[in-house]
Design a protein around this ligand. Structure first.
Ligand code: AMP
Ligand code: ZN
Length: 105
């Protein structure tokens, strides 16, 4: 079965995308756990941090800096970044993603 987040990146299923470039998509979480809750995903299908290789270090670093940009562009002075890693780490969607959560300022 197709990966949900690859399908979002390919626009095959609808989502509320707030940012996109050649390597990343940022979209609103369908079940927000904070007033502002988005997911940053690379377009490359990497299952989780467990499967990520050292070669992905630049991509991972840029993912964090994109989360920072998105949150700060929205005017948040503070926010939470969360990555669930693997089933035992609470990861439900098998495509690496970084949660960005913030409350209204
Ligand atoms: P995780 O437990 O870290 O794998 O979190 C997966 C997140 O993806 C959850 O917060 C879900 O609400 C969210 N999610 C799952 N499917 C979709 C979707 N189609 N569009 C937006 N968010 C989704
Ligand atoms: Zn995928």
């Amino acid at each position: 079965m197709a990966c949900t987040f690859c399908s979002i990146a390919a626009k095959e299923i609808p989502s509320d995308i707030i940012y996109e470039d050649e390597r990343f998509v940022v979209f609103k979480d369908i079940h927000p756990k904070a007033p502002f809750h988005v997911l940053v995903i690379p377009k490359e299908h990497i299952v989780s941090l467990i499967e990520a290789k050292q070669d992905h270090s630049a991509l991972m670093g840029d993912m964090v800096f994109l989360a920072k940009k998105v949150a700060e562009d929205k005017g948040f002075n503070g926010y939470k970044l969360l990555m669930n890693v693997g089933k035992e780490g609470g990861q439900e969607v098998d495509h690496i993603h970084l949660h960005v959560l913030a409350s209204k300022a």
